[in-house]
Ligand binder design. Structure first.
Ligand SMILES: [Zn+2]
Length: 152
């Protein structure tokens, strides 16, 4: 599970004003991977027979694992929920007063109930810095557009 931070109405804004900023990510569809002849299934629901799946990647969006989103929000002193919105000025203030080290988290390895290994990945300083830098860019752009920063 993951959470995407973005600007409210962000994809509409980019489509209408700066479509050149949309990047398209392309993957081979799973139906190609699982086919015996290496060809796409003509009636595949994912790719509709093209063999390719495409995603639009919008600027000013950040996708992070749930646990990391919670760590970042908590380190900023903000309430965490799986979705929500925040005034970008408030978010910027929270980022500016927060030492990046606070968003770090120690990784760990445990044994689960049935003997399986549970690895918690942690957040190192480089990753924490990347999160706060990207959130700052999202919040600054949201200020310019007078929109809320949303996540979910
Ligand atoms: Zn397919």
């Amino acid at each position: 599970m993951s959470i995407t931070f973005a600007i409210d109405n962000g994809s509409d804004y980019i489509r209408n004003n700066k479509p050149e900023m949309i990047e398209v990510e392309r993957y081979d569809c799973q139906c190609v991977d699982f086919s015996e002849n290496g060809k796409a299934e003509p009636d595949c629901r994912e790719c509709k027979g093209s063999g390719e799946v495409k995603f639009d990647i919008f600027p000013f969006e950040m996708n992070v694992a749930n646990g990391n989103a919670q760590t970042v929000m908590n380190s900023l002193g903000l309430d965490f929920d799986y979705c929500g919105e925040i005034n970008p000025h408030r978010l910027l203030k929270a980022i500016q007063r927060t030492p990046v080290e606070l968003a770090c988290r120690q990784g760990s390895t445990d044994k689960g109930d049935r003997g399986c290994t549970i690895i918690r990945m942690g957040i190192d300083i480089k990753q924490a810095n990347s999160y706060l830098t990207r959130l700052t860019a999202i919040a600054e752009e949201a200020c310019k557009r007078e929109e809320q920063v949303i996540w979910g």
